[in-house]
Write a protein that binds this ligand. Sequence first.
Ligand code: TXA
Ligand code: MG
Length: 320
Amino acid sequence: MAECVAASEAAIARAGELIREGKLVAFPTETVYGLGADASDEKAVARIFEAKGRPRFNPLIVHVADAQVAEKYVVFSAEAEALARHFWPGGLTLVLPRRADAKLSLLVSAGLDTVAIRVPAHETAQALLEAAKRPIAAPSANASGKVSPTQAGHVMESLGHSDLLAMVLDGGACRLGLESSVIGFPQGIPTLLRPGAVAREEIEAVLGGRLADADAAAGEAGRASPGQLESHYAPGAPLRLDAAEAGPDEVLLGFGPEAKSSMNLSASGDLTEAAANLFAMLRALDATAGGKRIAVSPIPMEGLGEAINDRLKRAAAPRG
Ligand code: TXA
Ligand code: MG
């Protein structure tokens, strides 16, 4: 059983030691909680896949303290540098060519010649990076295919029983509540591999041009972002999307002032608030649905609505 402790200075120092010993520590970021391990330790990274029960080796995001550290592991293009300067620290991940001399586990790249890298803004994540003195590989801290955790209690529910997880640092609820946006450059073209915490429009404004879509980039190499499985982020209860109202065997997850529901992603129709509430409300409804289906109000396809609709579509997909 993992211990769940408030993210005090002493707890973070101990968590840093655990990371250096090759153990797993869950920690808060501004997006979701991550399941962290020393990204330079092959065995520690392998434990992440084991603890999550990932069906195959999807590549992981490597977290570092700043862009200067990132340069030890990946090669920045001018566009990548502009994005890093504008959005780091924050909810944006860049998939960049892996340096030949990068002292990183091979499993974090899962056989690709790229590394996904991110500088988190959360003070606990930053303090942990400093205490561990290591790059930290971290997927969302949930069992594979399930809803991502936005509170320490969610991590305990999902992975707390695992002997592989040494510690959960409790830093309260995640501010953004959605995973980072993942940008790659297949064939040199800036591409939105996963919509997430930073809206497409903001990224396009910095690039001064449109982001390509992952589907177009997938090509013969298969998925550009291997983690984008069809069924993902799935609660136990089935979902029905774009619902005007709930049927007799349904509970409604509403959005906007019109929705007649006990749970509303944002009664004022604010997409940032809806993103922050999404995973916690799916969990809460799932726990009380009692065999009912979850009907979800339509969410506009603008700003963070793109990422919210992406997660809802996957949560509603047929289970594999
Ligand atoms: O907000 C987040 O991104 C959270 C926090 C903990 O940082 N992490 C997270 O990690 O969501 P994970 O492992 O659940 O998702 C990583 C995504 C997956 O879709 C994966 O396929 C993609 O990034 N990815 C990682 N490395 C990649 C690479 N080298 N090339 C393409 N896609 C990559
Ligand atoms: Mg995940």
